[in-house]
Design a protein around this ligand. Structure first.
Ligand SMILES: [Zn+2]
Length: 345
């Protein structure tokens, strides 16, 4: 495995197609960076000198197996790091989440993995499935990685996705609920450098990967939606140039700084989290309605058995509609515009 990785860096390929060859080991690359293979799809790179006051970066992709563009971007970074073409100056943990779902080009095999974090993988009567076991393994890998940081380190986790639907705001990020911690303007600036100008402020705890890192480790963590789902090899990669370049300089440039571009920033806060609780759940808008399409106050959005959901504000917009989720799962989020000046920063 080691010589193959040094020559080609095809860690994702090995992880997907020959996982039996991928076992825990650490070796040094020609660049001096140390590669620490944790498990199939999980690899950590440590530069020879680690600055306690520096960054510790987690880049996760493929938590949904068919969201290929971020997987391809991270696969490329990993290849370049193994072969020495790219030399990170900060520790970086790469996580390729759901390998079996990638194999079948689906979002998941049995269960949406991005609802299984913060211990949710172990909290139901459901027998452990591959996704629950993997979510626990990913949590442990992130915990072990951040355990190497110090209190003065900046912990970062960008969980990279692409959305199922077309979106009025193609790229957007979810800022997990911070409890009483302040928002980071620098992080909003970084997301904008990635081409992400739309940010949703979550207002409640969730079982997503980014909330886990934010809550458990005080990381600046985000679910980042970089575009639309397409099969492997069919992504127009130039649409991801900003994100790729920003992630590259995040890993390799010690002195990069980010500022908020107020004129292009669109902030929303989550207003309604609508779960499907009955078999008789219907969305009251067309299936082609894009994410972030706005409604007028009083317009009907969905019904769940007897319960009707209406827009509560003018301009209230829909995100992530999916009427076919399992009972008890989120079928729709609504968001309302908010202003930077109103944030606790
Ligand atoms: Zn996703």
């Amino acid at each position: 495995m080691q010589s193959r990785l040094l020559a080609h860096g095809d860690f994702l390929n090995l992880s997907r197609f020959s996982p039996d060859l991928v076992y825990a080991q650490t070796f040094r690359l020609t660049s001096g960076v140390s590669a620490n293979i944790i498990a199939p799809g999980i690899v950590q790179f440590m530069p020879p000198e680690i600055d306690d006051a520096g960054k510790f970066i987690v880049l996760s992709s493929g938590i949904h197996g068919n969201e290929t563009a971020p997987i391809e971007i991270c696969d490329n970074f990993v290849k370049q790091i193994f072969t020495g073409a790219l030399v990170p100056v900060f520790p970086v943990l790469f996580v390729f989440g759901n390998l079996p779902a990638m194999a079948i080009a689906e979002r998941f095999v049995e269960e949406n993995m991005n609802r299984l974090f913060s211990g949710a993988h172990s909290q139901s009567d459901t027998a452990p499935n591959a996704e629950r076991i993997r979510a626990k393994q990913l949590e442990e890998a992130v915990a072990a990685f951040f355990a190497l940081s110090s209190p003065s380190s900046t912990r970062l986790h960008y969980d990279l996705h692409t959305a199922i639907k077309e979106s009025k705001n193609e790229k957007f990020a979810v800022y997990p609920f911070l409890h009483d911690k302040p928002y980071s303007l620098e992080q909003i600036g970084f997301l904008q450098a990635c081409g992400v100008n739309t940010i949703l402020l979550s207002e409640s705890p969730t079982t997503t990967f980014s909330y886990f890192s934010s809550r458990q480790f005080g990381a600046h963590a985000f679910t980042v939606e970089l575009g639309k789902v397409r099969p492997f090899g069919q992504n127009d990669m130039c649409r991801f140039n900003d994100a790729r370049n920003a992630l590259l300089s995040l890993m390799c440039d010690r002195n990069v700084a980010y500022t908020v571009q107020k004129d292009t920033l669109e902030l929303f806060r989550v207003n309604q989290v609508i779960n499907r609780t009955t078999e008789n759940f219907t969305l009251h808008f067309d299936a082609s309605t894009p994410n972030f399409a706005g409604f007028s106050k009083g317009e009907s959005l969905a019904s769940d058995g007897e319960k009707a959901y209406l827009a509560e504000y003018d301009g209230e917009a829909i995100v992530f509609p999916n009427a076919n989720v399992a009972l008890g799962q989120r079928a729709l989020l609504t968001v309302v515009p908010t202003k930077l000046e109103d944030l606790h920063v």
